[in-house]
Design a protein around this ligand. Structure first.
Ligand code: G6P
Length: 489
C-alpha cells in the first residue's frame, strides 16, 4: 500500500539566502518532526505548502525536488497566493481553528471570508492529490488546516481510502459549538474512513459533537477504535498518541559532536543546574507563565541564586500574525525584567535563545539539562517532552510537564505534572525536580523512556494504518487517560 501524506506544511520551507538564491530549510513543529522519519522510512508522496506564496516564487517544485530526492520521497508543492495565505492559513487555520481547538475561543476571529478561502484551498489540495493518486494509495491527511480535503476528493469521484489525523486537541462540545462552520467541519471529517486523535479525551469530545449534531449517527464498539454509521457509510474513530523516532534520538545522544557541545554548555555553567524550555513561539505554550514560575522559584529559594540557570529556547513561528508578535514582545520583556531583578556578577538566570537550533545543539541542550520545563496551556501531544526523555540514555534528567499536554498521559508515571496556570505549583514542582535524589531520578526517567520506546513513531504509523484497514477492531490497545488529582496535594 503506497502512502500519500497531505499536510499544510511541507517538511521543508523555502527561503532566500544572503545572496538572494532560494534554498531549502527544515520546517519546525511536531507534525513535521514526527512524520519526516516515517516518509524517509516508507517512501511515498508528501503534498503541502512550502511556506512561500505564488507571488514570491512561481514554481517551487524544482527547488523542492532536490530535497525530496535526498530524503527518498516525493514532495509536491501546493501553491497559495498572498490572499490565500492570509485568509486560509493565517485566517481560518491560525486565527480560528488553532485557538478554538486549544480551548481559547475568545482569541478567535470568525470571518466569513476566511471560510471561503479555506474551502477553496482544501479543494486545491484535493486536485493536486488526484494528479498523483494510484489505485493502491492510502491518502493520509494531517491536521486542522485540511479537514475538507477528503470531502473534495469524494466529490471528484475518488474512491481511495482516506485517513485523517488531528495533531492538536479536539475541544469539548461547548467550545466546538462556537464555530460558525461546525456542521461543515464535522460533516467533512466524517468523509474519511478513519479519523484519529491524540488522546482518548479528544476522541470522546469528537464523538459527543457527532452525537449532538448528527442525531441519526450510530456509534458502536467498546475498544480503542469505535465505528460511526451514518448515511450508509462507516467511519472509524480512534486515539493514536503520536511519538518520535526513539532510537534515533537515543543514538544522537551518544554522538561525539553532541557530547562535545554538552561539555562546553556545562563548562559555561559551572556547578549549576540547567533548566531547559524549548517551545515554538505560540501563546498556547504558556511561556510567560513559565517565566513567572521561574521567578517565583528564585524568590522563594534564595539558595538557588547563582545555582540554577534557565535556558529558554523559542523557535520562531507564524511571525506575520500580530498576536504572535505581541507574544514575543511579552516574553522578551519578562526575560529582561527577571534578569534585571536577579542577575549578579558571573550569573544571568535566564538565557533566552530565539532561533531554530540546528544539529548538534538541540540534543546537546536536552542532554545538558537537569530538568526540562514543558508547561503548555494546552497541547495536542508535545514532542519536546518525549525527545528529552529519549535523549537521556544516561538515566539522568527530570521532567516538569503540563497536565494539559497530550504527553502527560504516557509520561504520568515519571514526570512532575503541573497545572501551568498555577505558577506557585509549577515553582514547587521545579524545586522538587531540581532537588531530586539520583535514585528517584533514574526510576522516573526509566519509566518515561520505556513509555516512549514502547510506542514510538513507527508503532504509531502501524497502529493508524492497521485501524484503517483491519477487520478486527477488538485487538487494538486501550490507551489510558490522565486525570488530575482529585484532592489538593
Ligand atoms: C503545530 C501544528 C502543525 C504545524 C506546526 C507549526 O504542531 O499541529 O500542523 O505545522 O504547529 O506551525 P506552522 O503554522 O508553522 O506550520
Amino acid at each position: 500500500m503506497g502512502l500519500i501524506v497531505l499536510s499544510n506544511r511541507l517538511p521543508f520551507m523555502l527561503a532566500r539566502d544572503a545572496a538572494g538564491e532560494w534554498m531549502v530549510e527544515s520546517a519546525s513543529g511536531g507534525l513535521v518532526t514526527a512524520l519526516r522519519p516515517v516518509l524517509q522510512d516508507r517512501g511515498g508522496h508528501w503534498i503541502g505548502w512550502p511556506g512561500v506564496t505564488r507571488e514570491e516564487l512561481a514554481d517551487p517544485n524544482a527547488v523542492l525536488a532536490r530535497a525530496g530526492q535526498h530524503y527518498g520521497f516525493e514532495l509536491h508543492a501546493v501553491p497559495l497566493s498572498n490572499a490565500e495565505r492570509d485568509d486560509y492559513y493565517h485566517g481560518l487555520s491560525n486565527e480560528v481553528l488553532w485557538p478554538l481547538f486549544h480551548d481559547l475561543p475568545s482569541l478567535c476571529r470568525f470571518r466569513p471570508r476566511y471560510w471561503t478561502a479555506y474551502e477553496e484551498v482544501n479543494h486545491r489540495f484535493a486536485e493536486i492529490t488526484l494528479e498523483h493518486l494510484a489505485e493502491d494509495h492510502f491518502v493520509w491527511i494531517h491536521d486542522y488546516h485540511l479537514t475538507c480535503v477528503a470531502r473534495e476528493l469524494r466529490a471528484m469521484g475518488s474512491a481511495s481510502r482516506t485517513g485523517f489525523f488531528l495533531h492538536v486537541p479536539f475541544p469539548p462540545l461547548d467550545v466546538f459549538l462556537q464555530l460558525p462552520w461546525r456542521f461543515q467541519v464535522l460533516r467533512a471529517l466524517l468523509e474519511h474512513d478513519l479519523v484519529g486523535f491524540q488522546t482518548v479525551g479528544g476522541r470522546r469530545n469528537f464523538l459527543q459533537c457527532v452525537r449532538l449534531l448528527f442525531k441519526e449517527a450510530e456509534v458502536s464498539g467498546k475498544g480503542d477504535v469505535r465505528t460511526i454509521r451514518l448515511e450508509g457509510r462507516e467511519v472509524r474513530v480512534g486515539s493514536f498518541p503520536i511519538s518520535i523516532d526513539y532510537h534515533e534520538f537515543a543514538r544522537r545522544a551518544a554522538d561525539p559532536d553532541v557530547l562535545a557541545k554538552v561539555r562546553s554548555l556545562r563548562q559555561d555553567e559551572p556547578n549549576r543546574k540547567i533548566v531547559l524550555g524549548v517551545d515554538r513561539l505560540d501563546y498556547t505554550k504558556g511561556i510567560p507563565l513559565k517565566l513567572e514560575a521561574f521567578r517565583s522559584l528564585l524568590l522563594r529559594c534564595p539558595d538557588l541564586a547563582g545555582r540554577v540557570t534557565l535556558f529558554q529556547v523559542v523557535l520562531p513561528s507564524r511571525e506575520d500574525i500580530p498576536r504572535y508578535q505581541r507574544q514575543k514582545v511579552d516574553i522578551e520583556r519578562l526575560v529582561g525584567e527577571i534578569n534585571g531583578q536577579f542577575t549578579r556578577s558571573g550569573w544571568v538566570p535566564i538565557h533566552y535563545i530565539y532561533r531554530n537550533l540546528e544539529w548538534p545543539r538541540l540534543p546537546a541542550y536536552y542532554l545538558a539539562a537537569d530538568v526540562a520545563l514543558v508547561t503548555p496551556l494546552k497541547d495536542g501531544m508535545n514532542l519536546v517532552a518525549k525527545e528529552y526523555c529519549a535523549t537521556h540514555a544516561d538515566g539522568g534528567g527530570a521532567l516538569v510537564l503540563s497536565e494539559f499536554a497530550g504527553a502527560a498521559v504516557q509520561l504520568q508515571r515519571g514526570a512532575f505534572l503541573v497545572n501551568p496556570y498555577d505558577t506557585d505549583g509549577v515553582a514547587d514542582a521545579l524545586e522538587r525536580a531540581l532537588r531530586l535524589g539520583r535514585r528517584e531520578q533514574r526510576v522516573r526517567m526509566r519509566r518515561m523512556r520505556r513509555a516512549v520506546a514502547d510506542y514510538d513513531i513507527y508503532r504509531w504509523v502501524d497502529a493508524f494504518l492497521e485501524a484503517a484497514i483491519s477487520r478486527d477492531l477488538d485487538d487494538f490497545p486501550i490507551h489510558e487517560e490522565y486525570f488530575p488529582e482529585a484532592s489538593p496535594p
